[in-house]
Design a protein around this ligand. Sequence first.
Ligand SMILES: Cc1cc2nc3c(=O)[nH]c(=O)nc-3n(C[C@H](O)[C@H](O)[C@H](O)COP(=O)(O)O)c2cc1C
Length: 200
Amino acid sequence: MNFLECMKLRYTTKKYDSGVKLDTEKIQEIEKILHLSPSSLNSQPWKFTIVSDQKIKEALAPFSFHNKEKVEDCSHLIVFSMLDNIELFEKQMAEYLPEYAVTYYNIHIKPLGIAYTKNWMDQQVHIALGVLLSACATMNIDTTPMGGIEPEKYDEILETSNDYKTLFAVALGKRSGEDRNQPSITPKKRLPIEKVISKK
Ligand SMILES: Cc1cc2nc3c(=O)[nH]c(=O)nc-3n(C[C@H](O)[C@H](O)[C@H](O)COP(=O)(O)O)c2cc1C
C-alpha cells in the first residue's frame, strides 16, 4: 500500500481491543524509528518511555481525562518527554553535535530566552510524534495521540527524572471492531484542500 493510502486509512483510535498485544518485534522497530526522528540541529531534546505494564497503564489512566479507557485498553503507551534542563541540554549538544550546530544554537536560539528555547525544544518532540503516527500507519498499528493527560501526574507515576517533563502520550494497539471513529464508519474530516495547499 502506498503512503497516501496508509494516511487515508489511519485515524485516531477511540476504542481498543484490550485482548490484542503488539509483537515485541514491532515494538523494537518502533523504538528504532523514534530513535531516528529528525530534529532541528539534530538536537534530540527528548525521551520516549514505552509502557507495556498493565499496572502502570492503570495507574496512568485516571490522569488521562477522556482518554482513560484508551490508556487502559491499548497494547502499549508511549510517553513523550522533553529535556527540561537547559544546562543539561547544552551539555548534551556539546557532547554529541558538531561545532556549527552549537554555534547556530548559541547565536540564533539561546539569546531569544529560556521560554523561546523550551518552546523550540517542545516543537522538536512533536516532530517525533508525526514520525510515529506515520510509521504506525504503514505498520498496521492503530494509534491515539493524546494531549489530554495530566503531565505532572504522569511524571510522578513514571518517576521521571526532574530533568525531563512529560508533554503528551500515544496509545498503540488494535482497534475494537466497535470503534465508531474508524474511517469506514466516520469519514475523515479535513479543511478543503485548496484552503491549505497553495501553489505559486
Ligand atoms: C498533539 C495532538 C494531541 C491530541 N490529543 C488527543 C486526545 O487527547 N484525545 C484524542 O482522542 N485525540 C487527540 N488527538 C487527535 C486529533 O483530534 C485528531 O488527530 C484529529 O481530529 C484528526 O483526526 P484523525 O487523526 O482521525 O485523522 C490529538 C492529536 C494531536 C496531533
